[in-house]
Design a protein around this ligand. Structure first.
Ligand code: HEM
Length: 456
């Protein structure tokens, strides 16, 4: 008997095992049909099959990670990078040189360039714009007049991102174009990902023409914004200036294409995610009048009846918890993917080099093993003494590790401010024709939420 053979089998010494195959695979198609038919239910059911499970998507094997701890391990491990079909389709349409799709040293350098604009101490500079935009909503909306939540949410999200990060007079007029373009592009991109009909998307059907027009206009807009800033000779302290002055690893200015792709890579995730979250917040306020009332009371207490301002955000703890709970149940980013750069293991299961790994913040954040009364909308679960009970990585809507969203503070501030401003003035009711069922796309959002604001 050798010394080796009497060593206890621990997670370090054990040979990684083959992950179990998730149940319900159909010969030839694997799990593809289930994933396409009801992706949320499918992802939410996977933990019953194992901590890491294999999925068959046609001929391909994909690994799904189902526990909070392993999603954290995945996000924090250097053995995985951003890649895979989701990212490839995004790159094809939005550009290859932006921070959201880069890896390795380029990604690290790009994060260093953009990070200062999102740091906690940079957020107060954005306060006046966020306040103005939040109050503009309450002024534009009229009691009893139907609010089309999709376009309104997109508009405010794009305006805030564009005005704060790419400051300039031109923003007011262009933010409108940006929001229309981005809404069309995201719709088309999701269709191209889930129904990859390749050449059919090049045929001159009206939907394809509309998509191509919006995508071309988005790129044109970004070129116009960059060109105008350069022509103005101004260098305000904002993200666009940081990008225009960024240097590569040799100390040379970064190329035009990278500047362009960086602006696209920041504006696109920045608007769809925030817009979807605003739609869910509006849906929550309409569905739970008791929470709408509680938010209103908090805002009144904190502001003393004055218009809510950036300086109040820190004290609006219940409003913040409403935002967090809405993000728990309806995370804008509901699916994330990585690719293994080397043969490795997760939770004792073998992951081959080059394998695609997928996990769903939606499934993780609704799991009954992590949350008591997991489907209840309960903002008080984020009170400090209860929040301690939530397992690590079970609530990670902005992800973690080196790909963590740079905009967590920026987003939480604007979402809290908007929720407070609209709740101070209105409660909401859904009107006939409204459809708040979940629409699964690149993000999750209600199909077509139509609300009537009612003055308190
Ligand atoms: C990345 C969520 C708002 C810019 C991410 C990731 C998540 C996320 C989960 C990580 C993706 C991954 O791990 O693969 C959200 C949510 C938001 C939000 C839930 C709002 C509710 C924003 C905003 C901006 C932004 C407002 C910019 C204005 C980015 C960028 C990345 C990113 C540039 C890529 C980071 C990298 O790869 O290093 N976001 N995001 N996000 N987000 Fe956000």
């Amino acid at each position: 008997m050798t010394v080796e053979s009497v060593r206890p089998v621990t997670s370090e010494t054990a040979q990684p095992r083959e992950a179990p195959l998730a149940g319900g695979a159909v010969p030839g198609l694997g799990h593809g049909l289930k994933l396409v038919r009801d992706p949320l239910a499918f992802m939410a059911g996977l933990r019953d099959h194992g901590d890491v499970v294999r999925l068959k998507l046609g001929p391909k094997t994909v690994y799904a990670v189902t526990t909070p701890a392993l999603t954290g391990a995945l996000a924090l491990s250097p053995d995985f990078k951003i890649d895979g079909p989701l990212w490839e389709s995004l790159e094809g349409l939005l550009g290859k040189e932006g921070v959201a799709t880069a890896n390795g040293p380029t990604h690290r350098r790009q994060r260093r360039t953009i990070q200062p604009a999102f740091r906690l101490d940079a957020i107060p500079n954005y306060g006046p714009i966020m306040e103005e935009e939040a109050h503009a909503l309450t002024e534009r909306w009229q009691p009893g007049r139907t609010v089309e939540c999709t376009s309104e949410s997109f508009r405010v999200a794009v305006r805030i991102a564009a005005r704060c990060l790419l400051r300039g007079e031109y923003m007011d007029e262009r933010a409108e174009r940006l929001s229309v373009d981005l809404a069309t592009v995201f719709r088309g991109m999701y269709r191209r990902m889930v129904v990859p009909l390749g050449p059919l998307y090049r045929l001159p059907f009206p939907a394809n023409r509309q998509f191509n027009r919006a995508l071309a206009d988005l790129h044109l807009l970004v070129d116009e914004i960059v060109a105008e800033r350069r022509a103005s000779g101004q260098r305000p302290d904002d993200l666009l200036t940081a990008l225009l002055e960024a240097k590569d690893d040799n100390g040379d200015p970064i190329g035009e294409q990278e500047i362009h792709d960086q602006v696209v890579a920041i504006l696109t995730p920045g608007s769809e995610t925030v817009a979807s979250t605003i739609m869910w917040l509006l849906q929550v306020l309409a569905e739970h009048p008791e929470h709408a009332e509680k938010v209103r009371t908090e805002v009144e207490t904190v502001t003393g009846g004055r218009p809510v301002a950036f300086e109040h955000v820190r004290s609006l703890t219940h409003t913040n918890n409403v935002v967090v709970e809405a993000m728990r149940l309806r995370p804008a980013v509901w699916i994330l993917t990585r690719r293994a750069v080397t043969e490795t293991s997760l939770g004792g299961y073998r992951i081959p080099a080059g394998a695609d790994i997928v996990y769903s913040p939606y499934a993780i954040q609704r799991d009954t093993r992590s949350y008591d009364r997991h489907l209840d909308f309960d903002p008080d679960r984020w009170l400090p003494e209860r929040a301690k009970e939530v397992p690590k990585h079970a609530m990670s809507p902005f992800s973690t590790g080196n790909r963590k969203c740079p905009s967590d503070h920026f987003s939480m501030t604007q979402l809290t401010l908007i929720t407070a401003a609209i709740s101070a003035k209105y409660r909401f009711e859904q009107v006939a024709g409204s459809n708040d069922a979940t629409r699964v796309g690149i993000t999750l959002r209600p199909h077509d939420l139509l609300l009537k604001p009612v003055e308190w």
